[in-house]
Design a protein around this ligand. Sequence first.
Ligand SMILES: [Zn+2]
Length: 476
Amino acid sequence: MAKEFVKDVTSMDEDFAQWYTDVVTKADLIDYSSVRGSMIIRPYGYALWDNIKNELDHRIKETGHENVYMPLFIPESLLQKEKDHVEGFAPEVAWVTHGGSEPLAERLVVRPTSEVLFCEHYSNIIHSYRDLPKLYNQWANVVRWEKTTRPFLRTLEFLWQEGHTAHATDEDAMEETIKMLNVYAELCETILAIPVVKGQKTEKEKFAGAKATFTIESLMHDGKALQSGTSHHFGTGFAEAFGIQYTDKEGKLQYVHQTSWGFTTRIIGALIMVHGDDRGLVIPPKAAPTQVMIVPIAQHKEGVLDFAYDLKKSLGQVARVNIDASDKKPGWKFNEYEMKGIPVRLEVGPKDIENKQVVLVRRDTLEKVIVPLDQLDTKLVELLDDIQSNLYNKALMHREERTSIAENLVELKETLEAKPGFIKAMWCGELACEEKIKEDTGATSRCIPFEQEQVSDKCVCCGKDAKQMVYWAKAY
Ligand SMILES: [Zn+2]
């Protein structure tokens, strides 16, 4: 890759953290605000989120859910109703203590998540088996007072959707939990071109108050894992704490079985760290706000701009197309849209017009192809498809290369240092081993994958009989 084009971005291999920071700011995704750990999502970053949101919202509705909106504030007493839940979130909640200059009679929490609000509401509106299931979702912001923050990955405030559902039976709730995990996985793989590992969280890593937490885990370019979406089965724990009961067909009073599932702006961090390169972002076509950027060459020459605008109009039928007709130099524009990760650049100048052709440059491989005008529609659609699948395959190959097996703790530690990535290792199921692994190696259990393999018979830590294979990794 020609280094001279990239003047301001740190190379990924030199300093991955700095590369990430450079990219999120130079690609105009975010700006910092005056509140520590808070970010301003700029138009390009928000357009990206909008696309992801629309894709997911459509899937959420297609699976029978309705959108609602819950309040931003939670009374302290309400948060404290479920013991594990409050313990899990207490260290990172933001409190509202005053209204104007008047101290409040009861402190309010700025929602870190909305379980308790949904539970209180459900206890008021669910009475009979006829009221079930309740399949609600909300798009909202939440606040968690994090100590260390990074744009998209960990911020005091972030955007997400949280689904909250109530069901008549445990089986129904379980089916819902897995259904929504699969929706997240499909979204990641087909739209964001991010391969994921599906599995269950260990007891230690599960959501505060859940009976079971399921997750999709993805691997970043630097070999660290990122939890990309979670789906929780609550059982009747919250229902018991909040008194959410319904009368069944036999007239008996029963507790509902609940789920919740969330997907956040963190995923933009994953998108950056899975596909990006030393020139900046690389956005998969299906997620890209602009799929094709037209850069006119010698645009002052007669007819060039008219031609370029006509192309924008006609190609707009098959792709999301934009044009940069500003008087900045073409070289500046090339760098800018490479930095922004726009999948295809279309160059057109007087010679191309004369030869009835255009030049397409793909962002993922930087390959140039000359395409005759009469084939442009079809070739462009093919190219976008090819970029989408190439990015997915590249990410999958990278994950496979960075997935190792370890049979003991020394091996686990050495492998993590030599080749950071996922480590598949057997586990006895004991918390003590999970904690020791984290302490000795810095790796946490990412998930107990649905697709189990018997990579050894013994626990990677204590050497006793193993129960399950676990994916371990250092994580964001
Ligand atoms: Zn063990």
